[in-house]
Write a protein that binds this ligand. Structure first.
Ligand code: TMP
Ligand code: MG
Length: 217
């Protein structure tokens, strides 16, 4: 009999506004999958630990200035620097959960309303990155977000930016297939079980012969 090829892991992206609970839900999902015996890894963008990530961190905390285009490309480079290792994990059968990805990348940059930084411009450096098998968007109303506490002190954590970001997420996810919109205004456990359902379905569809895709134009 022939050996079964290893089923590849899935690339699962979790997106959403600040305060939607992305990080807590990613941790819950990681714990759930590992309890199920599924190899899993949780990463987040920006990855502030690399040299590029340190530049991003200092920009976000307001201790340095960057041109809008330049910081955009650094966020993208921060994904490219781990793209290969993501592909390797997936090929070896590990499911990778990613907290924010290219969608945050284009939406936050385009929300600055810089006349030469459109969504279309912003998407270009993302082309060719590993394509998520599933993207979960955690949606939350401005009222519910406000209840969860005020904005943090980082750049972008203000009403004007968050409102534009909300609009732009809607714009890009309306024309995107394979996005699960989750109502993140529900309780942590309700949201977690909805996410588990969507992810279980996605992992069940994985097989070694369907390779990980790449983001297209
Ligand atoms: P975090 O709060 O998830 O650590 O993300 C920090 C901020 O960076 C958040 O406001 C969203 C923003 N961001 C971008 O502007 N571009 C990107 O590519 C990513 C991943 C995040
Ligand atoms: Mg934040």
């Amino acid at each position: 009999t022939q050996a079964q090829p290893t089923r590849r892991g899935a690339l699962i992206v979790v997106e959403g506004l600040d305060r939607a609970g992305k990080s807590s839900q990613c941790e819950k999902l990681r714990d759930y999958l590992s309890q199920q015996g599924s190899p899993v890894k949780y990463i987040r963008f920006p990855d502030r630990t690399t040299p590029i990530g340190k530049l991003i961190d200092s920009y976000l905390r307001g201790s340095s200035h960057q041109d809008d285009h330049s910081i955009h490309l650094l966020f993208s480079a921060n994904r490219w620097e781990v793209a290969k290792s993501i592909e390797e994990e997936i090929a070896s059968g590990t499911t990778v959960i990613v907290d924010r990805y290219s969608y945050s990348g284009v939406v936050y940059s385009a929300a600055k309303a810089n006349p030469t930084l459109s969504l279309e411009w912003a998407w270009q450096p993302e082309i060719g990155l590993p394509r998520p098998d599933l993207c979960l968007f955690l949606g939350i109303s401005p009222e519910e977000a406000a209840k969860r506490g005020g904005f943090g002190a980082e750049r972008y954590e203000n009403e004007t930016m968050q409102t534009r970001v909300r609009e732009l997420f809607r714009t890009i996810f309306e024309k995107q297939n394979g996005v699960s919109i989750i109502d993140a205004g529900k309780s942590i456990d309700e949201v977690a079980s909805e996410i588990q359902g969507a992810v279980a379905g996605c992992i069940a569809r994985m097989d070694a012969t369907a390779p990980l895709g790449k983001l297209g134009p």
